[in-house]
Design a protein around this ligand. Sequence first.
Ligand code: FES
Length: 506
Amino acid sequence: MSMNVQMPQFPEPYWRELELQGFQALMEDQSFDITIVGGGIAGITTGYLLANEGMKVAIVDAGKILNGTTGHTTAKVTAQHNLIYDEFINHFGEEKTKLYYESASTAIDSIVRIIQEKQIDCDYSQEDAYIYSISDKYAEKIEKEAEAYKRLGIDGNITNSIPFDIKIKNALIMKNQGQFHPLKYLKKLVEEFIKKGGVIFENTTAIDIEEGTNPKLITRSGYKINSKYIIMTSHFPFYDKKGLYFARMYPERAYVIAVTTKTAFPGGMYISADEPTRSLRYTPYNGEKLVLVSGENHQTGQGPDTLKHYVELEKFASEVLGIESYNYRWSTQDLTTLDKLPLIGPITENHPNILTATGFRKWGMTNSMTAARLLKDLILERENPYFDLFSPSRFNTDPSLRKFISTNLDVAGHLLKGKLEFVPKDPSDLANEEGSVVMVNGKRAGAYKDEDGQLHLVDTTCTHLGCEVEWNHGDHTWDCPCHGSRFSIDGEVIEGPAKKPLNKLQ
Ligand code: FES
């Protein structure tokens, strides 16, 4: 085992070391019962469940499957979605909150059942989940959350200690939650999906939909897929027909480092209630425990220097457990809706055969299973208790409206700020492997100088709605502060809602 405590040079999630089968791009027009856009955990689970029901299903991914949020998660399989239940009871009432909790705990049961039935070796372990406070303000919130647990019948209790050298005020335990290796689990689901006749197309970018009784998905290469239903599980739905999804969700980035530690990790999964968030869990790793330390959340494109987030996590890990070796680092992006509930169902009331699942916040493992089950029931016209709760057409003005307004003001502010900003830097000021917004011929541009001193220049105007992208130093990407689109050093789309690359400049 290497004893390297240096920050790994490039961000790369531990999960992605697992080798996955590759798939061909779509090369001709085709027809299926269902077409799913987005090969992450939500798309693959939905495809798996529908293929099990005898449906002919295609999954289409713009890049490689399992390389987006799913490949970058911390993979906690839990219904402890941070401090949420007291807030939900206040906003939605006890009945709806109970439904939300039930949806998450049923999702865990479904995941465990699949693991057992298919005998998937994916490092699943049952663990208690803890949320802890270090300030009086959050200690009080935890007391209230514990009350909510009681009202909802959640198995858990308050404690005054956690097995770390962290001075906490209190902590709330949710019993018998879980964790796993998400890609080992999903690799098996992909195999089963293929066995049942499912088809996957990689490097196939969906750019439009022709609506109708049998909607057609149009790809960038000009091919069409005909099907009864199109499901978008591609983070931001690429086609939203005035559903205005980009105004109803905001993107947040979070960071993860994976280390082996001097002090043995005691087991359990932990998250701080206080900001900046700190989260801890382990995963088995060559006979040892690899500890995933995550947190440092911030809205996408709005942090000054993203590398500093990794440094903060490293400091925390050193203080709490001591770092033996620093093995991986990566970052991830999550979408939060205005009322914090996912959006699952038809994109608008008038589009019963174009469905979406998005806005999972940081809890995609359980929310994706909830989405997959709901979408399957919707298509097969079966009962499902969660249709209304997650319907994208739900209308909750409070507290959504307040957040809606501030999110959009924030976006408007960024539109203006980016355009008016004076940028004194010139491309020649850059060192190798440095990126920055610069001035080229009196215009704002994005410049990155690679390890060979070669300059990569892009227009910083986001191709989604025209905000100005910012340089993400930690991940070497161009990130948009408005709705979270992300682009490579050469402007290629890494993550939507933008569909077109940034313009390249000479
Ligand atoms: Fe919407 Fe950039 S992501 S403007």
